[in-house]
Design a protein around this ligand. Structure first.
Ligand code: BES
Ligand code: MN
Ligand code: ZN
Length: 476
């Protein structure tokens, strides 16, 4: 684990990253004269915005920022620079990096620290003998304007994001639905929020037909996890509800996915669940004054013995019927029951996160989150703003009622698949039928899991959603 700390002093020979609008050597940087001269020479070129030097093993980076540039864009570029710095420091087995904010404006020096810390993540649980262990363990930040509380929140957020990445990266033979629920219990104990887990017997009693239908082909039992955090002085009268898709593995069921392509990454199909659990963890650890409920229906989706067959008619928890024409459209089946259950909280707003459709990923790639819903502007605009701040951006899709027409069935209340077009939206419209409160649906199929390294987001599980929602709740 990496720790971010505030400090006022710069050690001699420390690895240094200086953020400034204009380069000027300062006595408190503690730099060798010839090194400072070298930097000055390089930065005589006004086009040059980044200098990276290795002076007898001391790494020094100068990052020139433009105060007129958009803040969100500057922060994202700092996070990416953080990744570059993290990689080079680890490359030379360094342990610490000192960030110095020498800008006049109130620039967020923590964006650079965030990039360094998130880039330092490695998933090596199953590689005990790994030789490429990152050595970097501390990010020191020299910034007079920085408050302890900001640093603390960033440490919490990095920890929570990495926890979400771990959960996503863990394969189903290590982490099944019960394992996922246990991980949430554990996080509840550590951070201080309530966690209740329903087992199969209880899920049957509660008639969660959608969740049970997906679980029918599986040997492992399903779980339904209910998390609750009510911060001291919670400002919202009605709770926010978060719902996460917890398909711990998606084979497609009897509508089997072709391999070796689309199935390989399907351990990531619980990324929505990971985001919900780890957001609960983050807001509880940071003691945010909000009241939030987290719901996670979880199971694997397999074509085992009694697997639901295309054509089956399923009675959902709310009593409505669904003609299940494709067992690979399983996410909406389990989410529907959770969204129905959420009604009992009379939520201020419900947000679900799900790796729901290939259509969402095809539409915008891993560059953002496909969003849609019927929530009032005051909520939507805040979430969109958090998207830009965290760079977990929302692409808002239409949510017209016309799309619902595509989900109608002749022999049941609904089908579980629509037509060939608008697949991300028809899935959202299906889910909306199980709500009676302000609702936002986030399809994270694109950004949840990366097959190649993308700067500080890394490779594999990204933990997408945690930073977005933390910002949303921190700014209530
Ligand atoms: N888990 C998948 C969606 C997915 C695709 C997530 C790619 C991450 C990356 C989901 O359960 C699924 O299979 N959706 C189907 C729905 C279709 C059958 C209506 C899809 O998108 O093909
Ligand atoms: Mn599927
Ligand atoms: Zn799925």
């Amino acid at each position: 684990m990496i720790l971010i700390k505030k400090t006022n002093t710069i050690a001699k020979d420390a690895h240094l990253a200086i953020i400034t609008e204009k380069w000027k050597n300062k006595p408190n940087y503690n730099l060798d004269n010839d090194l400072a001269d070298h930097i000055t020479k390089q930065l005589n070129d006004p086009e040059k915005k980044f200098v990276s030097l290795n002076h007898l093993g001391q790494h020094v980076y100068i990052i020139i920022v433009d105060p007129k540039k958009d803040t969100n864009a500057t922060n994202e570029s700092l996070r990416k620079t953080g990744c570059t710095i993290c990689d080079t420091i680890n490359g030379s087995k360094g342990k610490q990096i000192t960030i110095v904010n020498n800008t006049l404006k109130n620039l967020n020096s923590l964006a650079l620290a965030e990039g360094v810390a998130l880039a330092n993540y490695q998933f090596l649980h199953h590689k005990p003998g790994a030789k490429n262990l990152n050595t970097l363990n501390t990010v020191l930040v020299v910034d007079g304007k920085l408050k302890d509380d900001q640093v603390n929140k960033l440490n919490v957020l990095v920890d929570a994001t990495c926890k979400a990445r771990d959960l996503v990266n863990e394969p189903v033979n290590i982490l099944n639905a019960t394992g996922l629920a246990n991980a949430f219990k554990d996080m509840g104990k550590k951070a201080g929020f309530k966690v209740e887990v329903w087992n199969k017997t209880k899920i049957v009693q509660q008639k969660m037909g959608g969740l049970l239908s997906v679980n029918a082909g599986s040997v492992d039992e399903p779980t339904f996890t209910i998390m609750e955090y009510k911060g001291r002085g919670a400002k919202n009268k009605k709770p926010y509800v978060l719902v996460g898709k917890g398909v711990v593995y998606d084979t497609g069921g009897l509508s089997l996915k072709p391999t070796p392509n689309s199935m390989d990454l399907m351990k990531c199909d619980m990324a929505g669940a990971a985001a919900v659990g780890c957001t609960m963890y983050a807001i509880a650890k940071a003691k945010l004054p909000v009241h939030v409920i987290g719901l996670v229906p979880a199971t694997d989706n397999r074509p085992g013995f009694n697997a639901f067959a295309p054509g089956d008619i399923i009675t959902m928890m709310d009593g409505s019927t669904v003609e299940m024409l494709n067992s690979d459209a399983e996410g909406r089946m389990i989410l529907a029951d959770a969204l129905h259950y959420a009604k009992k909280y009379d939520p201020e707003l419900t947000i679900d996160l799900a790796t729901l459709t290939g259509a969402a990923a095809a539409a915008i790639g891993h560059y953002g989150i496909v969003a849609m819903g019927n929530a009032p502007e005051k909520h939507t605009s805040k979430l969109i703003a958090s998207g830009f701040k965290s760079h977990e951006r929302l692409a808002v899709f239409p949510f017209w009622e016309d799309y619902y027409e595509l989900m109608k069935s002749d022999i049941a209340d609904m089908k579980n698949i629509g037509g060939p077009y608008g697949g991300a939206i028809t899935a959202g419209k299906f889910l909306e039928k199980f709500t009676n409160y302000p609702y936002i649906h986030l399809d994270i199929a694109g950004p949840a899991f990366l097959t190649g390294k993308d700067s500080y987001r890394g490779k594999g599980g990204t933990g997408v959603g945690v930073r977005l929602l933390f910002d949303f709740f921190a700014n209530r």
